[in-house]
Ligand binder design. Structure first.
Ligand code: 5GP
Ligand code: 5GP
Ligand code: 5GP
Length: 208
């Protein structure tokens, strides 16, 4: 018998800044429902090991069942929009995230609970508000990476992992924010290991 439930140590809850996703050579496509709000969007909730490794695609037999998340669809479209091309209604992105990452937490969270957990975590960590309170706004200006980290740590209680990407002029810009979450998917915890983020000491926070 194949054992599909796999252990993991914690989750990374990853949010992306749409302005940075779109402002690269790949560009982006707005969802069919229109341009998302100027806010962080969910990328995923990723099971991880303390040593930095991670399981993936844990159950090839588990496809995302649209009916399981039908009550969450409008909130997912708002808080977990897909910006890849061609433009979509989000379902392709959510399915990918479920199959690659969600299936590795299936022993803890079923499909509905998995997506609901991510949506609740986004509410708990209002990143844009935390940054605005510290005077850090998506205005194309450059900010100290340390001040971004401090603002998020002050609001969430734990230091985030920050990941940058580069725009066409090679400017480093704030792309993704990683927060660590316990295996039940409900509470933020101190990160056992932070992802290496490829940020410079000053990074741009692009408009969106
Ligand atoms: P990238 O190579 O763009 O950093 O990551 C590509 C994909 O690999 C991500 O979208 C994610 O699915 C997966 N990935 C990258 N880093 C991590 C990690 O630290 N933990 C987990 N669980 N997945 C990761
Ligand atoms: P990962 O494998 O890194 O967890 O997820 C990235 C995959 O989801 C890629 O195949 C990417 O094309 C797709 N995807 C769809 N929409 C988005 C989006 O808005 N952001 C990111 N980072 N990936 C997206
Ligand atoms: P994936 O495997 O996630 O489709 O894509 C691999 C890499 O290309 C990821 O680092 C992802 O962020 C990037 N990527 C894929 N599609 C798009 C897109 O439409 N726009 C942007 N900006 N990046 C993309």
């Amino acid at each position: 018998v194949l054992c599909v439930s796999q252990d993991f140590d914690f989750f990374y809850f990853v949010q992306q800044w749409p302005g940075s996703y779109c402002d690269t050579k790949h560009s982006c496509c707005y969802p069919k429902t229109g341009k998302p709000a100027s806010d962080f969007g969910i990328h995923g909730l990723w099971p991880n090991y303390k040593n930095g490794r991670y399981p993936q695609n844990c159950n090839p037999d588990s496809e995302l069942d649209e009916s399981q998340i039908s009550e969450l669809t409008s909130t997912l479209q708002k808080d977990w929009p897909s910006l890849s091309c061609p433009s979509s209604n989000g379902y392709r992105f959510w399915s990918h995230e479920w199959e690659k990452h969600g299936t590795c937490a299936e022993s803890e969270l079923g499909q509905r609970d998995y997506f609901e957990a991510a949506l609740k975590l986004k509410q708990k960590a209002n990143l844009l508000q935390a940054l605005k309170n510290a005077g850090i706004k998506p205005d194309d200006e450059f900010y100290d990476l340390d001040s971004i980290e401090e603002a998020i740590k002050g609001a969430v209680g734990f230091a985030p992992g920050l990941e940058c990407n580069v725009d066409q002029s090679k400017n480093a810009q704030l792309f993704q924010v990683y927060l660590c979450v316990d295996t039940s998917g409900s509470d933020f915890i101190e990160c056992p290991i932070l992802p290496r983020g490829r940020c410079q000491s000053r990074v741009q926070f692009p408009k969106f």
